[in-house]
Design a protein around this ligand. Structure first.
Ligand SMILES: Nc1ncnc2c1ncn2[C@@H]1O[C@H](COP(=O)(O)OP(=O)(O)OP(=O)(O)O)[C@@H](O)[C@H]1O
Ligand SMILES: [Mg+2]
Length: 300
């Protein structure tokens, strides 16, 4: 690495510093990759998930529902949690420990739910089989895989199950009670309403909110952390008084919007031959402003 870069790249993490040396298209691809930032709320939730996993087995296992608006980091927390607890096998090759992770289908039914569980454990089966056939197979498979927790993403899709929602929830409750495992679920607001159709299960759940972001110290910390991940040779000072309110105003509602804005701003800076994100780079970004959507809608 040359001397100039040595001086200017202290603001980057090691991986991003190395990426500075990549050819332009690869540097751009690097900007667009997903990276994990352990912001305070995510760390708290991860600790709660760990506690849930270690909860002693009992007939009435506690459950968690991570609830928040769309694009606000729910699935990312689950993904990170599961990476922290990889599938383990015993010395004899049999499964020693696992977490089963399913996303509730867009229009859930008993049958397609059990299919998801079976697929998550790589068990081949006929999708058109009735729930009565798949349910025992799925429960046996979870038992064999030493499943210690059932993770259900997109619990809000329950709202699309109509009158089947209560039956499906009752099945999930019975299966997890039989296996004595907790449920970790995520969803947007409709998940809460849908859970009401099975009060016995609902009382087992503790809701954990992933609130809307505010322009506060936590948001500024997030910007500082994310800046370290973007391979730009000069410091942008994203958390400065000039830039942070602009970024928050354009995309501050959710972590997903903020991250996609920062990724595209870094790409824009590289395309412009500028080694930092500044107000001019941000002003060139399309698709992140409400006016862009209003204009597109008008043209249709
Ligand atoms: N901890 C994090 N660090 C860095 N980026 C993150 C983090 N969490 C989320 N993101 C970014 O935000 C995007 C949206 O997050 P995610 O898919 O987890 O949201 P969600 O709440 O599950 O949304 P939906 O309700 O639509 O499924 C991710 O693709 C990722 O780019
Ligand atoms: Mg999600």
């Amino acid at each position: 690495m040359n001397e100039t870069l040595d001086k200017v790249d202290d603001h980057l993490c090691a991986e991003a510093r190395e990426a500075l040396e990549l050819p332009k298209p690869e540097r751009i691809a690097f900007c667009r990759e997903d990276r994990w930032v352990g912001y305070t709320r995510a760390q708290q939730i991860l600790r709660q998930c760990d506690d849930l996993l270690l909860h002693p087995r009992s007939l009435r296992m506690p459950c968690l529902l991570i609830v928040g608006r769309s694009n606000n980091g729910k699935s990312s927390i689950i993904e990170h949690f599961i990476k922290r607890h990889p599938f383990l096998t015993k010395e004899d090759g049999t499964p020693g420990f696992s977490i089963s992770w399913v996303a509730l289908p867009a229009k859930p039914s008993e049958s397609n739910f059990w299919s998801e569980v079976l697929w998550s454990l790589n068990i081949a089966h006929r999708s058109q089989d009735r729930a009565d056939v798949k349910r025992p197979a799925a429960i046996d498979a979870m038992r064999y895989a030493s499943t210690r927790m059932l993770v259900i993403d997109e619990m809000n899709h329950l709202a699309n199950a109509g009158k089947d929602a209560a039956t499906l929830l009752a099945e999930i409750k019975n299966a997890t009670s039989a296996l004595r495992i907790p449920i970790l679920a995520t969803g947007t607001q409709p998940a809460i309403h849908a859970l009401r159709s099975e009060p016995q299960l609902m009382t087992r759940f503790e809701p954990i909110g992933l609130e809307r972001w505010k322009l506060d110290a936590e948001y500024l910390r997030f910007l500082i952390s994310y800046e370290k991940l973007l391979p730009l040779a000069e410091q942008s000072n994203l958390a400065s008084r000039t830039l942070a309110p602009v970024i928050y105003g354009m995309a501050g509602d959710t972590i997903g919007d903020t991250v996609s804005l920062l990724k595209e701003a870094a790409v824009q800076a590289i395309e412009m031959g500028r080694e930092r994100i500044d107000a001019e780079v941000l002003s060139k970004l399309r698709g992140h402003r409400r006016e862009d959507w209003d204009e597109a809608a008008k043209r249709l």
